[in-house]
Design a protein around this ligand. Structure first.
Ligand SMILES: CC(C)(COP(=O)(O)OP(=O)(O)OC[C@H]1O[C@@H](n2cnc3c(N)ncnc32)[C@H](O)[C@@H]1OP(=O)(O)O)[C@@H](O)C(=O)NCCC(=O)NCCS
Length: 158
């Protein structure tokens, strides 16, 4: 999704307001989740957001969202945010985020989704790390006991 940063979307320093970027990322992630599952999808959690660089008013911002791993009913969506240089047109990465979406039926109950097969080295890297991120998110949400998060624990044992 590519769009301008308008004055009404900025903070007192004339940079893009964080909540506006979160909303843009949520919309792009929702489209990626829907395209993969072909179901109604809802945001289950925002696992990670890094506002690495301020985005000034007037910037052209591109939010790129892709499903990095599909589990049973949930999907991890990896979001890269790029800003386009006004003069050279060159894109630089300014932010990234990781969201979890769940596919649901008409009554809002989680429903099974197709698997995802990563192809490129980056897709494979993100796919591999997604399970421990899911476990971390579930532990922080109080939905999984730390001792059950085996892949996450293994990260700290190495
Ligand atoms: C998201 C929602 C459907 C999950 O329902 P639930 O009863 O917790 O369902 P489950 O426990 O079966 O979890 C469903 C999946 O979500 C995953 N999940 C749930 N909470 C999660 C979290 N905090 N982090 C990561 N994954 C999570 C579960 O691991 C499970 O994944 P899997 O089936 O792929 O293994 C439900 O909480 C909901 O409808 N929330 C509101 C969503 C919404 O309105 N979003 C917009 C906010 S404004």
């Amino acid at each position: 999704m590519t769009d301008l940063v308008l004055p009404s979307e900025t903070n007192p320093l004339n940079n893009l307001f964080g909540g506006e970027l979160l909303a843009r990322m949520d919309r792009a992630a929702s489209i990626a989740a829907r395209r993969h599952s072909r179901r109604i999808t809802v945001t289950a959690s925002v696992n990670h957001v890094a506002f690495n660089q301020a985005v000034p008013v007037g910037s052209v911002v591109t939010v790129e969202a892709a499903v990095s791993r599909a589990f049973k009913t949930s999907m991890e969506i990896y979001i890269d945010v790029w800003m386009e240089d006004r003069f050279s047109g060159e894109k630089s990465k300014v932010n990234e985020a990781i969201y979890t979406f769940v596919a649901v039926d008409e009554s809002g109950r989680p429903i099974q989704i197709p698997e995802l097969n990563p192809e490129t080295p980056l897709e494979k890297e993100r796919y591999a790390a997604a399970l421990r991120r899911k476990q971390l998110s579930l532990v922080l949400a109080g939905k999984m006991k730390p001792k059950e998060a085996t892949e996450l624990r293994a990260l700290f044992m190495d």
